[in-house]
Write a protein that binds this ligand. Structure first.
Ligand SMILES: Nc1ncnc2c1ncn2[C@@H]1O[C@H](COP(=O)(O)OP(=O)(O)OP(=O)(O)O)[C@@H](O)[C@H]1O
Length: 253
């Protein structure tokens, strides 16, 4: 068994308001330190809540989350901000780039916040830009580049500090099929080249088939998980079969 980067035990999340809603009802989950796992399930099943609890956006109601041997919910605000900047990387469906900054400035943002030296910044930038093949757009503003390019920039920003764990919520949700392919190939190579563990929520079985394992959440509980063997096409079919078994129209996934 590989070392664990993320250990989730009995995770529960209850949204309180006029009506109390239990979005997560006790989830146990381990992510190996070099693993790439996709999270699937019907709409409203709790996928984003699960990811948000792990990414420290949403505080769990009960249970524990340990990332790289640390409990982020036991850190004070400054420590937590630093923890997120150094140990985690985030990729979202809508890219979350700063429109007033250039591509290069966007990518360097996490490092400027951590007062990294200019020399070290340049070196990290060169490495990530080379890896992602985005030299020619570095001086452009975000409104001058395509959706696929925006997501590559967002990924560059998410991995420039070599996080141990990359968290992605529907990273291909706003992309055309050609960009979906290139972004997923990129995720695969980030996972293999930098040994970055990846946890990614997706509705798309094809996108999930790039992962090594898919977990399925239904009604706030872990319903099932399947592992990829050598054959990606067969894995895709198994994912589709599980989704069909889970029920709900295809539009729900
Ligand atoms: N802030 C909130 N307050 C109250 N209820 C919430 C809140 N956020 C989510 N929920 C509820 O919790 C449940 C799980 O939501 P969540 O967004 O995690 O589902 P999901 O599986 O990611 O759905 P989708 O695939 O549609 O994005 C839903 O029923 C949702 O309405």
């Amino acid at each position: 068994m590989t070392d664990t980067i993320l250990n989730v035990q009995q995770l529960q999340k209850e949204y309180t308001g006029e009506i109390t809603y239990k979005a997560l009802k006790g989830i146990d989950f381990h992510l190996g330190e070099k693993e790439f796992v996709a999270v699937m399930g019907p709409s409203g099943s709790g996928k984003t809540t699960f990811l948000n609890c792990i990414s420290t956006i949403d505080r769990p109601s009960n249970g524990s989350i340990i990332i790289n041997s640390k409990d982020p919910y036991k850190l004070n605000d400054d420590e937590l901000a630093k923890f997120r900047r150094t140990e985690l990387g985030f990729v979202f469906q809508d890219f979350n780039l700063v429109n007033t900054l250039t591509v290069e400035e966007n990518i360097l943002l996490p490092l400027t916040l951590d007062s990294v030296t200019e020399k070290a910044m340049k070196q990290s930038l060169e490495e990530v830009v080379d890896f992602l093949g985005i030299e020619e757009i570095l001086k452009k503003r975000t409104f001058e580049i395509s959706g696929g390019q925006k997501q590559r920039v967002a990924i560059a920003r998410a991995v420039i500090h070599k996080p141990k764990l990359l968290l992605a919520d529907e990273p291909t949700g706003n992309l055309d099929s050609k960009s979906v392919n290139s972004v997923m190939t990129l995720f695969e190579s980030i996972n293999k080249t930098f040994n970055t563990a990846i946890l990614m929520v997706t509705h798309d079985a094809y996108v999930a088939s790039f992962a090594q394992r898919v977990i399925f959440i239904q009604d706030g509980i872990l319903y099932n998980e399947i592992h990829r063997g050598k054959n990606k096409q067969q894995f895709y079919q198994e994912i589709m079969d599980t989704l069909t078994f889970l029920g709900g129209g295809q539009h729900e996934f």
